[in-house]
Design a protein. Structure first.
Length: 472
């Protein structure tokens, strides 16, 4: 019996605090670009990608960058150098150029991503909803396939309180280590709850001491959500939107340090590193700031890319539409992990192969939905849904405003900012996308009545501290 206790008590958890201090003293966050260990990965091909499922040694490092809209990354066309390291990662792997999150606040979006179900099907749409036991989570599926699963998070919406720990052997919110000297800026309204270095330091320690066995390591980063950055990342100004770019630059460096340790520990050639986000952020494009209030482009277009245990000689960019609900079906296929759980998503491997070979991807439903219950953070409020449908370059958005449902239609191929409403001039297209929305919304929830949970005042305050007005 004592054996099993010892098995479960991983030394890295016990030792983490002391070692983390040593790590922070020994490594500056700001390594020079180009320094660090060389990337040892061999050049591989798309055939190698399709053969990965035959290997039994491939790990998954899943980096979830909270609140990252794709158009603020260089690889997605941003003119500022916010993301040199992430861009370099994307350029040696597979990047999805038009990728959509299924909601615009963390819990609804993460529940959808993890379950592969649209938000109204997964059922996690309000602040007090809890993922039910019967939801089959990726960590459970990977555990059953022989992975050891570890989750490290700093966002209370994915805490065990809400059922997100299912399948993880260790699921932990790292203790804040305090702000390092030089880390100066935060959204002034937010509490000082540490930085993502708390997460990456624990992750680095895990990589250092883990021996043997496949792993799935999920890191949920929050510095961009909290507008954290240091002096050296303060390159782009002090306006709200500029500070957001500063914090992307800071996060880029945090991830660079993490990946250098991954390479150092010999994991470069047997790890898939996934980078994804749960939603974007609005900067008054149409009167809103922040997220969780609407489902327009700026709140729902997010990055998704991964690097592989080998470099692809030519970067593969998938331009057909993809969605967060597709991420796990894609990873399961690449890893050769079988699951029979219900899914609204699909594997993107055919789209990757088509992009890599310059052929046409097979026909599939690539329509992306984003869904938000207005007032999701309030008690006893009537359900009002805003929804958007992304179909190629088109986006239909339906918003309840007082007693009306306001419909808008945008075409990003003509109007990249999606500010010119075509609903009056393109009636047939509007009707087509409206009926897609209605058909999809008619699909029933998978888990029936959603369990809710009384959330303590302390937990509510923790969530309020990261900027949410909830539970009133
Ligand atoms: Zn979030």
């Amino acid at each position: 019996m004592s054996d099993s206790i010892l098995d479960r008590r991983w030394p890295w958890l016990v030792a983490a605090a002391a070692i983390v201090v040593a790590y922070l003293l020994s490594t500056g966050n700001q390594a020079e670009p180009g320094s660090g260990p060389a990337d040892p990965r061999q050049v591989g091909t798309i055939d190698d990608l399709q053969q990965l499922h035959e290997r039994d040694d491939v790990n998954v490092l899943f980096i979830l960058i909270d609140t990252l809209r794709s158009d603020r990354l260089g690889s997605y066309g941003h003119e500022r150098e916010t993301s040199p390291f992430l861009d370099q990662m994307a350029a040696t792997g597979v990047r999805f150029d038009r990728h959509l999150s299924q909601s615009s606040w963390t819990k609804a979006s993460m529940a959808s991503m993890w379950t592969g179900l649209n938000p109204w099907r997964a059922g996690i749409t309000r602040f007090d909803h809890v993922l039910p036991e019967e939801a089959e989570m990726p960590a459970e599926i990977l555990r059953d396939a022989g992975f050891r699963s570890i989750g490290l998070f700093r966002n209370g919406w994915v805490a065990p309180t809400f059922g997100f720990e299912q399948g993880f052997e260790v699921y932990n919110r790292p203790t804040p280590l305090g702000l390092k000297r030089g880390v100066l800026a935060k959204k002034p309204t937010l509490s000082k709850g540490g930085t993502d270095e708390d997460v990456t330091a624990s992750a680095i320690e895990f990589l250092r001491v883990h021996s043997g066995g496949r792993w799935f390591l999920y890191l949920h980063l929050m510095d961009i959500h909290e507008y954290t950055y240091d002096e050296e990342s303060a390159l782009f100004g002090s306006h709200y939107s500029d500070v957001y770019d500063n914090s992307i630059r800071w996060t880029d460096t945090t991830i660079k340090v993490l990946i250098e340790h991954l390479v150092d520990q010999g994991y470069a050639e047997n790890t898939i590193v996934v980078v994804a986000s749960d939603h974007g952020e609005a900067f008054s494009e149409r009167g809103f700031e922040g997220h969780g209030r609407q489902v327009f482009k700026e709140s729902t277009e997010v990055p998704f890319f991964f690097w592989l245990p080998f470099k692809l000689g030519e970067p593969v960019v998938v331009e057909s539409r993809s969605r967060n609900i597709d991420i796990w079906p894609t990873l399961f296929e690449i890893l050769g992990v079988e699951t029979s759980r219900p899914s609204d998503g699909r594997s993107l491997v055919p789209d990757i192969v088509a992009a890599a070979t310059g052929t046409e991807a097979p026909a599939a439903d690539r329509t992306g939905m984003a869904y938000l219950e207005m007032g999701w953070g309030k008690r006893n409020i009537e359900k009002q849904v805003t929804v958007s449908v992304a179909d190629d370059s088109l986006r239909y958005v339906r918003t309840p405003i007082e007693v009306d449902l306001v419909e808008q239609l945008f075409d990003a191929s003509l109007d990249p900012a999606e500010l010119k409403n075509l609903s009056e001039t393109e009636a047939a297209t509007l009707a087509r996308l409206r009926s897609i929305a209605d058909e999809k919304l008619a699909e029933p929830p998978i888990f029936g009545e959603m369990p809710t949970r009384e959330i303590s005042e302390m937990e509510l305050n923790q969530l309020r501290a990261i900027g949410y007005d909830i539970g009133q």
